[in-house]
Design a protein around this ligand. Structure first.
Ligand SMILES: [Zn+2]
Length: 192
């Protein structure tokens, strides 16, 4: 534990010396036929605020990125708001992320999110958490979860209740992995 902690501090020190701040562009596109504007827009601004809390700049953009849209923070991230029709993965999954030729697409199942509640405030908070969780995975670039908070594998009833009042936090180790992943993305783009 002690070693791990020390390593973390060393990693952070090394990163802060090399990583320049960059803005992560996230393109949001809805392919569901019903109007989702207000819900999605409110969730988007909450996601930006969630990442601002941990010192990461996330800019939400409309539509699909240009084919060569890699910015200073690396390849584009697309959030596709869709329904789960035809998806044959786990029945409880609210979203999943897949690499594509130019970046990563997060598929977010609006029908499954909506089934969790009919309270607009809760739905907005849940949508924002699901979006931020998946963007967290993409930025960390490794398959891992935390025991608590935003990057927990399965949120409990208590977590669902809490997220309506207050954002579930990224743990310090989540933040380290995000910074580490971002530094790699930045170096990759800079080296091209
Ligand atoms: Zn996850």
């Amino acid at each position: 534990m002690q070693t791990h902690k020390l390593l973390g501090i060393a990693m952070l020190a090394a990163l802060s010396a090399t990583a320049k701040p960059c803005t992560v562009d996230v393109y949001v596109v809805s392919v569901v036929s019903r109007p989702v504007g207000t819900l999605v827009y409110s969730a988007r601004s909450q996601v930006t605020a969630m990442f601002r809390e941990i010192g990461i700049n996330v800019r939400m953009r409309d539509g699909n990125p240009q084919p060569d849209a890699a910015g200073p923070c690396g390849a584009p991230i697309v959030v596709r708001i869709e329904d789960s029709t035809g998806y044959d993965g786990p029945s409880e999954a609210l979203a999943y992320a897949m690499p594509y030729h130019a970046g990563t697409v997060i598929h977010l199942f609006l029908d499954r999110v909506a089934r969790k509640s009919n309270q607009p405030a809760f739905l907005m908070a849940l949508l924002a958490h699901v979006m931020a969780h998946e963007i967290g995975h993409v930025l960390q670039q490794i398959a891992r979860h935390s025991d608590e908070g935003m990057m927990k594998a399965n949120w409990s009833g208590k977590d669902y209740q809490a997220m309506e009042r207050k954002t579930l936090p990224f743990t310090p180790i989540d933040v380290e992995f995000i910074r580490d992943g971002l530094a790699k993305r930045f170096t990759h783009v800079a080296g091209e």
